[in-house]
Structure formats: structure tokens, C-alpha cells
Design a protein around this ligand. Structure first.
Ligand SMILES: [Zn+2]
Length: 90
């Protein structure tokens, strides 16, 4: 009893991770040799995305991708400002 390689599915529905709110479980992706629980998530920006449950729990995935895009946009803006400041000092 309790054997057979089954694992306990952690129900993430309704939980939020960063910008993502978990909506529902979606069927496993057969691309992976070991099936991983996938979850459909609603991002605060309005996009929906499917995320591996472990990535949500580990904090690896916190948005549909918009967070990373915004960060890199901000980084390039900071880089431009730093360049401007460096020029101003010369
Ligand atoms: Zn988003």
C-alpha cells in the first residue's frame, strides 16, 4: 500500500507564486521521460502560461516571462544611464 512509484500530487491550485496565480492542473507533457505535474497559471500581466509545479515551488518561475523582460529592459536602461553619467564626469 502506497507503493508502485506513485507520488503525492501537491495541489497548487489557487496559490500564487510571484506574479502567477495557479488556475488548474493540465495533462502531463509527454516530452519529458518522467511525467511532471504541469499547472496552468494566470499572470498578473494578463497572459496565461503553463509551468512545471517544481519550478513554481522552487521559485524558478514567477511570471509568464514578462518579469524577466521587464528586468532586462530595466538593466539596459541602467546601463545607458551609467554610460551617460560616466560621460558627464569626463
Ligand atoms: Zn506576465
Amino acid at each position: 500500500m502506497g507503493r508502485g512509484g506513485s507520488y503525492t500530487l501537491i495541489d497548487l491550485a489557487g496559490r500564487t507564486f510571484g506574479r502567477l496565480t495557479v488556475l488548474e492542473r493540465v495533462p502531463n507533457d509527454d516530452r519529458y521521460s518522467r511525467p511532471r505535474p504541469l499547472w496552468l497559471c494566470q499572470c498578473k500581466c494578463g497572459n496565461k502560461t503553463v509551468v512545471i509545479g517544481a519550478n513554481l515551488r522552487d521559485g524558478k518561475t514567477k511570471s509568464c516571462g514578462c518579469l524577466r523582460k521587464e528586468k532586462s529592459a530595466e538593466n539596459s536602461r541602467k546601463a545607458r544611464e551609467a554610460l551617460k553619467n560616466a560621460r558627464a564626469h569626463n
